[in-house]
Each structure stands twice: as structure tokens, then as C-alpha cells.
Design a protein around this ligand. Structure first.
Ligand code: 3PG
Length: 215
């Protein structure tokens, strides 16, 4: 589908998924939907990732379909060609930045410092991935770098867990958090779709309880 809202407003949790077998992509996406998570970020970390994206685009159009671990301009083109609704990168190079700026879908470029936030603002980007969230400094660091730029919203990923997602979501500039904990490889390999749905349901419940009231 094409997104009518920012990817940061679809769900307070964004599953960052690693798919080895494209045949698991559609049931995985449906399991997330069943748990109340209407968004998925498929990372370009496996040889068949683009096939997985294409399968979801064709068969689960109701889920907001992101492509993550976008590292190059070529990745942008490949992701758009198979139906990505939004793109996520852990950082930017000049070539990647230029292609992301030209992309006809929302993008969440990765940042980890104040200067990177300001550079992103220069490009007109106000919705950013904060990566790697835990090693970079965690919720208190993110709250601090967000202070001078209240117009920016962040999706922290990298080290977000059920135990700390509340700490991130109470930061006013954080509408959503992302991570791989929602879709463990073990559950995907076991085709334990009920297990994925249970993790999604628990995460949404926990996230909604944690989120600060938003304007
Ligand atoms: C990402 O690309 O967003 C992160 O690698 C996810 O990190 P996690 O495995 O700690 O959730």
C-alpha cells in the first residue's frame, strides 16, 4: 500500500526482520497484523530479502512495508522496484543521501549525533532512525539530543528490548521504537506464527501503556 501516514504513526513498535526464506515472509507479515502491528521493516541482510519484500507487497497490501538496512543508492532502487512503502537506513553517505532525497516514499535515515541530526534537517528530514540506540547512549542521550530540535521525531533501534522500550517511548520525540526482538529467527524458522503474534500483542500493549500523551 502507499502510506497515508508517517511510518512512525502506524504502530508504536516496528519489527525489524531478517528473512532467510521468502516463503516465510507472508505468514510472518500476517502474524504481525494479527498481533496489531500493521508495519514491517524487512532488512536487506539476506540474499532473498528482496523476494520477501515482493511477496509481502503482493499478498499483504494492508501492512506498511518498509525496507531496512538500505546502504547504497542501488539498494534504494531495488527496494522501490519490489514495492517498498518506506525506506530505512542506518546512516547516510552522499550517494545514498541523494537517492533517498529523490525517493517517492517516506525515508527514515539513521543518525546518532547532533551534527547528523542537523545535517538531516538541512535536507528537510524531520523523521529519523536513531541507531544504534543502546550503544549510542540510550534513552537519556536521545532525550538530550532531541531537546534542541523539537521538530524532529526519532525511531530508536539497536538494543531496544521489551525491558527498555518504555524508557524510549517516554521520550517525547519518540513515537515508535524498532527492533528484532519481535521476530526472533527461532520463531520464524519454527514457523511459530502464534508465537510472533503473541510477541506483537505484548509489545503493542506495553508500548501503548508507556507512551507519553502526544499533542
Ligand atoms: C536495526 O537495524 O534496526 C538494528 O540492527 C536492530 O537491532 P536489534 O537487533 O538490537 O533490535
Amino acid at each position: 500500500m502507499s502510506l497515508s501516514a508517517s511510518p512512525l504513526d502506524v504502530s508504536p513498535v516496528i519489527p525489524v526482520v531478517v528473512i532467510d526464506d521468502p516463503a516465510t515472509a507472508v505468514p510472518l507479515a500476517r502474524a504481525l497484523l494479527a498481533g496489531g502491528v500493521a508495519i514491517i521493516e524487512v532488512t536487506l541482510r539476506t540474499p532473498r530479502a528482496l523476494d520477501a519484500v515482493a511477496a509481502i507487497a503482493a499478498e499483504v497490501p494492508e501492512i506498511a512495508l518498509g525496507v531496512g538496512s538500505v546502504l547504497t543508492a542501488a539498494h534504494v532502487d531495488q527496494a522501490l522496484a519490489v514495492g517498498a512503502d518506506f525506506l530505512v537506513s542506518p546512516g547516510t553517505s552522499p550517494a545514498l543521501r541523494d537517492r533517498l532525497l529523490a525517493a517517492p516514499v517516506p525515508v527514515l535515515p539513521g543518525v546518532a549525533t547532533v551534527s547528523e541530526v542537523l545535517t538531516a534537517l538541512d535536507h528537510g528530514w524531520t523523521e529519523l532512525k536513531f541507531f544504534p540506540a543502546g550503544p549510542a547512549g540510550g534513552p537519556s542521550y536521545l532525550a538530550a539530543i532531541g531537546g534542541p530540535v523539537p521538530q524532529v521525531r526519532f525511531c530508536p533501534t539497536g538494543g531496544v528490548t521489551p525491558a527498555n522500550l518504555r524508557d524510549y517511548l517516554t521520550v517525547p520525540s519518540v513515537p515508535a521504537v524498532g527492533g528484532t526482538w519481535l521476530t526472533p529467527r527461532s520463531l520464524i524458522e519454527a514457523k511459530d506464527w502464534g508465537g510472533v503474534t503473541a510477541l506483537a500483542t505484548a509489545a503493542v500493549t506495553s508500548a501503548n501503556a508507556a507512551r507519553a500523551p502526544r499533542p
